[in-house]
Design a protein around this ligand. Structure first.
Ligand code: ADP
Length: 492
């Protein structure tokens, strides 16, 4: 081979490598499995791609344990092949013209006119006629219909009749076959569709064979070469990667949808349970109150004391059920009737503290207010602020050591008021600080945990804050305590 021919050959190989690279990019950007298969088949036979004339895809069907003929791309007859080659040549010429024009115009330092670009796009159906033909006609062509009639047993051990698929699966790489020499490996009808010389290669994903590609150069003067074999091998491994990515993406999407479904079921379940529980609990409380108040006859003091405990615990249950209902509503539709108006943060706090008496007493912890000037009014929703105060103070008291103090510190900064609820209790590990605002999350979620609670107070507070002008921040050190800071705009 002279030096000129060698250089030309090398140039061709480099060009082909560039083409392969762009096919690889196209494959890695595609997620839909059907699109991946069309890129694979088009790339094989594209004039600018791997240079085969026809490509065929067999896909594994696990239900039948066979490889089924699925898609075929390329000319079916000599006539069609000629026509397509003519179209390709026309497009090549056209491209060359445009490029020449472009160079001359560039040399003349004039801008490449918009007209020319428009012409380029309107006349250039596609650099590869084949791709255009996939887009125009899909795989519903005579060749595909013929291929659909083929199915090959997929399990080499069980199948006594040798066929090319078994040989290929044992070798696990691209192989050349000659339908005359290897006639015993092919069904008779194969000769009607494939060329005498073909290359076949398996497609793998997640270590399983997903399909088989066959390519030939029928109706062309070129032979299948060793380079073709290597190219197809390379191409199949990249295609396999694209198929695997697509399957992973599908798995992820399915998992995500299942999770959404489970989340919906959980919410429905909670909402039904909570509503169903509230009615009987309310009536239990009502009847117990009637008895305590002597409305249905006299009771002894001991009976009264015991019934008071029943009443207290029923009340506690009702509060929990109400929290669950509220969380469900907030997560589903957000806060319903927000009334933003100037709210006195101190008065609101005073209205909440009596409800925490029980907790304060059981922990022997007091609440102390800290401010240097009277806290200004803030623009928010009073009912929501009450609930937020309640949940934050309840936690601060619950997680405080006995005989301690919880501080509520008011600090005015420019147009903002910061209200910090500070305790000196068990604290929260840094990596859990964001999680504690998720519904049902508890740092200690074991059944043997020493603190009661449903894990919804902070989730409710955060959801309420988002629609009532507020923000929340948390700082905490394990063993030293926690500070939950609320920030609200000051009402003008
Ligand atoms: P609950 O207190 O009912 O478990 P919350 O949503 O109010 O639910 O709080 C979630 C979790 O955040 C608590 O279980 C606890 O682990 C942690 N936590 C909240 N506030 C404090 C606090 N002041 N000190 C320590 N841990 C806290």
């Amino acid at each position: 081979m002279d030096i000129n021919a060698a250089t030309k050959n090398l140039k061709q190989i480099i060009e082909q490598l560039q083409v392969l690279n762009s096919i690889h990019t196209a494959l890695s950007m595609t997620i839909k499995i059907e699109d991946i298969y069309s890129i694979i088949l088009s790339a094989l036979i594209s004039h600018q791609g791997l240079g085969f004339t026809r490509s065929f895809l067999f896909l594994y069907n696990p239900k039948r344990d066979v490889f089924e003929g699925r898609y075929a791309l390329g000319p079916e007859t000599e006539e069609e092949a000629k026509q397509l080659i003519e179209e390709q040549n026309k497009e090549d010429d056209y491209l060359n013209d445009i490029l020449k024009n472009f160079e001359t115009e560039q040399n003349a330092k004039s801008e490449f006119s918009k007209d020319n670009i428009d012409k380029l796009y309107s006349n250039l159906r596609s650099s590869a006629v084949w791709i255009a033909s996939v887009q125009n006609h899909g795989f519903d062509n005579a060749l595909t219909r013929k291929l659909n009639e083929f199915a090959f047993r997929a399990n080499p051990q069980e199948d006594k009749n040798e066929n090319f698929i078994n040989v290929l699966l044992n070798e696990k790489q691209a192989m050349r076959f000659n339908l005359e020499k290897d006639a015993h490996l092919f069904q008779k009808e194969c000769g009607e569709i494939f060329d005498t010389n073909i290359i076949a290669v398996p497609l793998k994903a997640k270590k399983k064979i997903k399909g088989i590609i066959i390519a030939d150069k029928k109706f062309s003067n070129s032979e299948l070469t060793y380079l073709d074999l290597k190219n197809l091998d390379w191409f199949a491994s990249h295609s396999s990667l694209a198929i695997e990515n697509s399957e992973l993406f599908n798995d992820l999407e399915n998992m995500f949808n299942e999770l959404k479904e489970v989340e919906k079921l959980k919410n429905n379940f909670l909402s039904i349970i909570s509503h169903e529980l509230r009615t009987p609990l309310t009536s239990v409380l009502g009847f117990v109150e009637l008895i305590i108040n002597g409305k249905v006859g006299a009771i002894t003091n001991q009976q009264k004391e015991l019934l008071k405990r029943v009443s207290k615990n029923t009340m506690h249950l009702i509060h929990m059920v109400n929290d669950l209902i509220q969380l469900g509503e907030l997560e589903a539709e957000g806060i319903m009737d927000v009334k933003l108006s100037p709210v006195d943060p101190l008065n609101t706090l005073f209205s909440v503290i009596p409800r925490l008496e029980q907790r304060k007493r059981s922990r022997k912890v007091d609440v102390e207010l800290v401010f240097t000037e009277a806290p200004p009014k803030i623009l928010t929703d009073e009912k929501s602020l009450e609930k937020i105060y309640y949940h934050l103070l309840d936690n601060a008291l619950k997680f405080s050591p006995e005989n301690d103090k919880v501080l509520v510190i008011f600090k005015k900064m420019k147009n903002e008021l910061t209200i910090t609820i500070e305790d000196h209790g068990i604290g929260i590990p840094k990596e859990k600080l964001q999680k504690i605002f998720e519904s049902f999350y508890q740092v200690d979620s074991s059944l043997s945990r020493s603190y009661e609670g449903l894990g919804v107070g902070l989730a409710i507070s955060r959801l309420l804050l988002t629609s009532t002008n507020g923000q929340i921040e948390v700082q905490s050190e394990v063993g030293e305590g926690s500070k939950f800071s609320l920030k609200y705009p000051i009402a003008e």
